[in-house]
Structures are given as structure tokens and as C-alpha cells.
Design a protein around this ligand. Structure first.
Ligand code: PHB
Length: 389
């Protein structure tokens, strides 16, 4: 089925060009490969990033300046590489936008770097992509896995939590998120007394892991799960009776507004850290939430904002006169503005975004679940992590 908004945008763009009497000039277009999961555990994340991306082009009145080719990574590294090759070699895109999984990003990195095609990372947090494997062609507007989790260590220690058990899916993102939390939590005097990495994309029953975690008698459990796995985990945490005994903390994707309503009351009281929540009380965020809600009839999540910011940095780069792969790659990291999540800049030493991290609690407000801001850490910036560009 055709996406109604995308179809409408495309129709508007063509009508506007015809009304202006302009010939349809393919050369004036920037060709974008949107490389996102449209199936498997992160499909909803991919669709949300896509929607946010389209809002940025439309807001700028530039939907007609971009040709978009969409490919599904299926959250599989080798599929991601095959699709990236197709976008570059067959479709000849000027820029790739997207990638949700850290595993897919690791697999695609050498190809985009070698081909000299700019990649705007709109989710995947793999630290290495803006660390030891950084590239002048890779710019990340989403987050790094370390950046999201580091602030939670000292914050939880301040709440008097001493012993924590951790859980995450067994792939690069899960390992890096838990590693970052463990580092700062132990530096703040806490102790990680055990943990599990669950088979990624395959674990349906978290029961055995939760039983094991409970037996260690921790003060809290800290996890990273996202998408379909987050929904299953949060529901099972409640239904196995652990929620009433051991508080749950996480990186904020666990209770993303994208799927928190599917988790339902089980998500209430979970405390997490993230780079965006839709309840931020700023004029930039209010305008974005209003525009997104008017278009899609739902509250935007962090994934929508990542898509929006990927679109916006690209729009700004093109507006600055950049055309073609090298010029776009050079212009992208120079873009900065205050957006829905707050100030957004790109660190020239790594090409990773510098941004605020918000600590929030999922609370019930009438029939709906929403995000209550508990604290924030301004301008969180990654160490250079071996990046030499
Ligand atoms: C990742 O694989 O880097 C990843 C996936 C989903 C998230 C966050 C990070 O929500």
C-alpha cells in the first residue's frame, strides 16, 4: 500500500513544480537511499524514522527536491550490506539515511567509507562508528550507545541503589549499552552483581532469565531492550511478579512512546535515560509535537525525532549549496540548531551528535501513559574513542 502522507507529499511537490512552470529536472534532485528495517523486531522503529524524515523535508518545503529510494535491512547485517550496495551502485544515491541496528551499521561501515557515500545515521548507536571506525562519510544525529547509558550510572547511585543485575540482547548495542552503564555505575560506588545477554531477535520467553536475576536479590535491574523485545520484556517483568519487588531501570528505548501503550500499565514506574521525550517543555519541541500529531495522529517518539533531525541536517546541507557526495559529507557535520530534543551539534572530532540526556519516569495520566522528566544532563559528548578522521 502506498503511504498516504508520502504519496500526498510527492503529489504536492509535482503540482508545485508544474504550477511554477518548472521542467522536472532530475539533476536538481538529491537522491536519498532510506535504509531502514521495515520488517522484524525493529520494523516500527524504521517506519517512525521514515515519518520523522518526511516531516523535515515537508517543513522546509523541500520534499520535491529529494528523490527517495527505500530499502528494508530486515535488521540483518548481510541484508543491510546488500541493500547499501544496491542503493549506491544501482540507484546511484547521493546519500544514505537510516540504519537502526548497531550490527547492521558495523557491517555497512567499510562499504560506505570506501565508496565515499555520506551516511546519516538515524538510529544505530554503535560506539565504534564514531570511535575507532569513524569516517568523514559517517555522521550520526541519533546517539551513541555509550552516550545514552553513561548518565544513568551516577544517577542511580545517587538514588541509593547499590547492587544491580543487567540484561540486554546479545549483539553490539546490548553489550555497549550495558558496558557504559556498568562503567559509570561502578565508578559511582555501585556494583553489578550479575547479568545476561539474551539471544537477539529470538528470545520470546524472558522467564528463565528473570528467575535467575531475582535469585541474586539485586536492588534494581537495569536493561536495554527496544522494539518488539521491549514490549515482551516489560510485560513479562510484570506478569512474572518481579515488578512489585525489584525496580526496573533502563535506557529509555525500553518504554519509548512508540510502543509504551502496547506495554500498558506494566511500564508505569520504570525509570530510564534518553535523548528525547515528547513532554519537553520548549517551544521547539511543542511545535514539533504539534506538527507530528497533526500529520500522524500520535505522539512522536525519539525515533521520529531522529528521522526528523536526519532530514533536517540534510535539508540544511543542501540549502547551504552542497550537491554531490563529497560536498554533502563535508557540509553535514557543520549544521547546528536547537531542535525538538534541545541544542544539537555534531562533534567535529567524531561526527557524533552532542546532546542533552533526559532521565524520565513512565507515568499514567488518565487512560494514557506519558513521560515525567526527573532530571537531565546537558551537552553529553562522547570521548574520541580512537577516532582519527
Ligand atoms: C542499535 O542496535 O544500535 C539500537 C537499536 C534500537 C534502539 C537503540 C539502539 O532502540
Amino acid at each position: 500500500m502506498k503511504h498516504p502522507v508520502r504519496a500526498a507529499l510527492a503529489a504536492c511537490a509535482v503540482t508545485a513544480l508544474m504550477a511554477a512552470g518548472a521542467p522536472f529536472d532530475a539533476q536538481a534532485q538529491t537522491k536519498v537511499g532510506l535504509l531502514l528495517p521495515k520488517s522484524s523486531v525493529y520494523a516500527s522503529l524504521g517506519n517512525e524514522i521514515d515519518d520523522g524524515f518526511m516531516i523535515a523535508l515537508e517543513e522546509a518545503g523541500m520534499a520535491g527536491d529529494f528523490t527517495i529510494v527505500r530499502e528494508d535491512t530486515e535488521v540483518k547485517p548481510q541484508v543491510g550490506v546488500a541493500k547499501a550496495r544496491k542503493l549506491v551502485l544501482q540507484d546511484e544515491v547521493d546519500v544514505i539515511v537510516g540504519i537502526v541496528s548497531s550490527g547492521v551499521l558495523a557491517a555497512v561501515r567499510d562499504f560506505v567509507d570506501g565508496a565515499g557515500v555520506p551516511l546519516v545515521v538515524a538510529n544505530a548507536g554503535n560506539n565504534n562508528a564514531t570511535g575507532k571506525d569513524c569516517s568523514k562519510y559517517i555522521v550520526r544525529v541519533s546517539f551513541s550507545n555509550g552516550q545514552i547509558n553513561r548518565p544513568m550510572g551516577p544517577w542511580m547511585a545517587e538514588q541509593g541503589i547499590k547492587k544491580v543485575y543487567t540484561m540486554a540482547p546479545d549483539y553490539a548495542a546490548g553489550r555497549q549499552m550495558i558496558e557504559a552503564f556498568t562503567e559509570t555505575f561502578t565508578a559511582a560506588g555501585g556494583e553489578v552483581i550479575g547479568g545476561d545477554f539474551t539471544p537477539f531477535r529470538k528470545t520470546k520467553d524472558f522467564g528463565p532469565y528473570l528467575t535467575k536475576a531475582k535469585a541474586t536479590n539485586p536492588d534494581a535491574i537495569y536493561v536495554f531492550y527496544a522494539g518488539g523485545e521491549a514490549i515482551s520484556f516489560v510485560k513479562q517483568y510484570d506478569s512474572f511478579g518481579i515488578k512489585s519487588e525489584i525496580p526496573l531501570f533502563a535506557s529509555g528505548f525500553l518504554t519509548s512512546p512508540l510502543y509504551v501503550n502496547a506495554e500498558g500499565p506494566a511500564a508505569v514506574g520504570v525509570k530510564t535515560g534518553l535523548h528525547y521525550i515528547p513532554t519537553l517543555d520548549t517551544p521547539e519541541n511543542k511545535a514539533f509535537v504539534e506538527a507530528f500529531q497533526a500529520r500522524f495522529d500520535r505522539v512522536p517518539s525519539e525515533f521520529a525525532v531522529q528521522g526528523y533531525d536526519a532530514g533536517r541536517v540534510l535539508v540544511e546541507a543542501v540549502k547551504s549549496g552542497a550537491s554531490g557526495r563529497d560536498a554533502i559529507a563535508a557540509a553535514l557535520p557543520k549544521v547546528e540548531y536547537v531542535g525538538p530534543r534541545g541544542p544539537l551539534t555534531i562533534d567535529p572530532a567524531t561526527n557524533n551528535v552532542v546532546q542533552n540526556i533526559y532521565i524520565y519516569e513512565t507515568v499514567a495520566e488518565g487512560e494514557t501513559l506519558t513521560q515525567k522528566l526527573l532530571g537531565s544532563v546537558a551537552n553529553v559528548q562522547d570521548p574520541v574513542n580512537g577516532c582519527a578522521m
